[in-house]
Design a protein around this ligand. Structure first.
Ligand code: NAD
Length: 355
């Protein structure tokens, strides 16, 4: 076994169906008495319900979170938090909502509590992203790591089928890339395999029956583990491709992850043999040659739109993305090959299988 470094992040995690009903007690235990609830406009009502439940410790709902945290939205939220004597931001929602809470914490060092309602995993990381002039800047800061995370799978019951499927595959991508990360380690790899298995098992059941609470619970568990993977080790080529698709072409974050994961793992299938053999086993296929196809078929079973051309990517997109990815690469266990990447992205553009 090679030497490794593993650092656990300090997080207080509560998990269970209906667990969000305990939010008030948990917040008081942590010493938070003036809590601002952050949501997207679409989840404002859920925020108001939570606000009523928190009674006197609620400072109200701030329903202005939007995708990719535009700097103007972040600045207004910081101003609002500062002028209302808030002592904690509670993000109720997905990665966009948690992203706005992180932007507030970055400037104010206010503590964050999250009640995640998608499978993005942002609640488990010190990573933030802020968008200015169409450019998303990301960074890491320990001050923005949530202090408390309350997972309540019942809150995911309202997440529509397509967002559930794409968000779940976004989570799987965190776990997959953790397996061959530059700083991979045995503990995180264990969590990654467990996460991949849980998501592979649960997501088709959710798409089949959105109200299947035990499948929701399993997917939330898988997404939590995937979030720990993302928060613990570095990512590779797949995340570089998705950050380019999102940053340059404004594609939906979760959908870009879901569609391209099959091609990224196919590209890397012989790059880290031990990792890819474990991935094949977790995906239920007999050889690492089949990992790309296995992810592709899983996407098909989840009814995820399969072609990048249907998501707003222009025709020149595959070649441009391949070029950007090769020009400013993240770590990857194998070299970047422009022609091979362009071919794979062209397949993703058409929605064709990776092999
Ligand atoms: P999202 O937060 O944008 O949510 C998608 C939509 O689903 C929103 O309209 C939201 O209101 C709605 N929604 C969320 N939960 C719901 C529920 N339970 N019921 C009904 N509707 C619900 O999507 P996302 O994929 O969770 O997050 C994407 C963003 O998160 C991107 O900006 C991405 O960069 C960021 N992200 C950051 C990290 C990190 O570590 N910093 C990790 C993953 C993703």
């Amino acid at each position: 076994m090679k030497d490794f470094h593993y650092q656990a992040l300090p997080l207080d995690v509560h998990f269970g169906n209906g667990k969000s009903a305990e939010a008030k007690d948990i917040l008081i235990k942590h010493g938070y008495y003036n809590v601002l609830i952050i949501t997207t406009p679409g989840q404002k009502e859920a925020g108001q319900k939570l606000s009523q439940q928190l009674q006197e410790i609620s400072a109200g709902v701030y329903p202005h979170a939007v995708m990719h945290v535009p700097v103007e939205v972040a600045d207004k939220a910081v101003e609002f938090a500062r002028s209302n004597d808030i002592d904690c931001c509670l993000a109720l929602g997905g990665g966009s909502t948690i992203g706005l809470a992180k932007a507030i914490a970055l400037k104010t060092h206010l503590p964050i509590v999250t009640i995640p309602t998608t499978y993005s995993g942002s609640e488990m990381t010190t990573i933030y992203g802020i968008t200015e002039n169409n450019l998303k800047t990301t960074g890491k800061d320990i001050h923005i790591l949530p202090k408390v995370v309350i997972y309540d799978p019942e809150l995911n019951l309202t997440l529509p089928a397509q967002i559930s499927a794409c968000s779940g595959m976004n989570a799987m991508a965190h776990a997959v890339e953790a397996l061959y990360a530059e700083d991979k380690n045995p503990i995180v790899s264990l969590m990654a395999i467990e996460s991949i298995k849980a998501l592979k098992f649960a997501l088709p059941m959710i798409v089949d029956d959105l109200s299947d609470i035990s499948a929701r619970q399993k997917a939330t568990y898988g997404a939590w583990l995937a979030g720990v993977c993302l928060g613990s080790v570095g990512m590779a080529i797949h995340h570089k491709i998705c950050h380019t698709l999102g940053g340059t072409y404004n594609l939906s974050h979760a959908q870009a992850h879901a569609i391209t994961l099959a091609y990224s793992v196919h590209y890397n299938r012989n790059a880290d043999i031990e990792a890819m053999d474990r991935l094949a086993e977790a995906l239920g296929v007999s050889s690492r040659e089949e990992v790309g196809l296995a992810v592709y078929r899983l996407n098909q079973s989840l009814k995820i739109p399969m072609a990048l051309k249907d998501t707003g990517l222009p025709k020149e997109g595959p070649a441009n993305v391949a070029q950007i990815v090769c020009d400013s690469p993240y770590y990857n266990p194998r070299d970047y090959d422009y022609e091979e990447l362009k071919d794979l992205l062209n397949k993703a553009y058409q929605g064709l299988p990776p092999a």
